[in-house]
Design a protein around this ligand. Structure first.
Ligand SMILES: Nc1ncnc2c1ncn2[C@@H]1O[C@H](COP(=O)(O)OP(=O)(O)OP(=O)(O)O)[C@@H](O)[C@H]1O
Ligand SMILES: [Mg+2]
Length: 279
């Protein structure tokens, strides 16, 4: 269903979406997550405006787009922290907004989420931070928990730091710790909200490598939100370009990097000339 903003003539609406070709190139992998005609407003701020987006199974997908377009809002819809005003969000075919609380609690075990700052608990050391989801969500004993936590910490290169408190860690270490914690429940879906923000280029490159390695080992649907085109070039297998609450174009990364779409080109090359202004 097409919804135009109150007071805006429909031809203006169409003009606004002239770069949105609605082109969803088929992914080969099948979809883990689907947004179907999702609308979401906060007061008068119409953020998602008929969003159709598919994120493939078993690949590393990136959602990229200008600041304030609703990327973080998308993640919150996937994990059921926000509900659409209209439309549906499916995870493995299951409608997230129509789940009852108990089912939502269950399905959240499928997700590992890495929030922007790593979101570690300040009063717990690194080990306890990573162990937390296992103690919260499973009946595992401490011995088994230790085995899992130590394996995850060594995977992200933090074995030696397990007794450190979060405030003793660098930003890059906190991100890696958050990544380790996001993985302990062996989630089918891992969501990263700007894992690379605030990192220097070398740390960003290393984190990208780590994401690729861990994905190669564990599989699953990884969704990475980023502003960093270098990160997208390094790790993305699938890219969705989000602007004005809809997808401009999405598909396999190499096709997006070769896109003729002026907005996609401007955004993926980081040029100042193009449809996107400071507005
Ligand atoms: N809980 C909320 N209540 C009211 N407005 C919100 C809420 N969450 C998000 N918004 C608004 O929705 C819009 C999109 O926000 P969102 O955080 O998803 O942007 P983003 O694409 O992640 O941007 P950035 O790249 O800067 O992180 C913004 O205008 C924001 O102010
Ligand atoms: Mg955000």
């Amino acid at each position: 269903m097409a919804v135009t903003e109150p007071g805006s003539p429909s031809h203006e609406g169409e003009e606004e979406f002239r770069f949105h070709k609605g082109e969803i190139r088929p992914s080969t992998a099948g979809d883990a997550i689907e947004f179907i005609d999702v609308h979401k407003s906060f007061g008068r701020n119409h953020v998602l405006r008929g969003l159709n987006m598919s994120l493939p199974e078993n690949q590393i997908s990136m959602i990229i787009g200008p600041s304030g377009t609703g990327k973080s809002v998308c993640i919150k819809h996937i994990v059921g922290l926000l509900y659409p005003d209209e439309g549906d969000v499916l995870v493995h075919g299951q409608s997230i907004p129509s789940l009852r609380d108990a089912d939502l609690f269950e399905i959240r075990k499928k997700f590992g989420v890495l929030f922007q700052d790593g979101a570690l608990f300040g009063s717990m050391n690194l080990y306890d931070n990573v162990a937390f989801p296992l103690r919260q969500h499973t009946e595992k004993g401490e011995e088994e928990i230790a085995e899992i936590v130590n394996r995850r910490l060594s995977e992200v290169g933090l074995s030696a730091a397990n007794e450190k408190m979060p405030n003793e860690l660098s930003g890059g270490m906190r991100k890696r710790a958050g990544f380790a914690r996001a993985l302990v429940l062996e989630p089918d879906i891992v969501l990263f909200d700007e894992p690379d923000s605030g990192l220097d280029p070398v740390r960003t490159a290393l984190l990208c490598e780590l994401i690729k390695e861990v994905h190669a080992e564990n599989g699953g649907c990884y969704v990475v939100i980023t502003h960093d085109i270098m990160s997208a070039r390094r790790v993305a297998e699938h890219i969705s370009v989000l602007w004005k609450g809809r997808i401009v174009e999405s598909g396999p990364a190499e096709e997006l990097f070769a896109s003729e779409n002026p907005f996609v080109r401007q955004f993926l090359s980081g040029e100042s000339a193009g449809p996107l202004g400071m507005e």
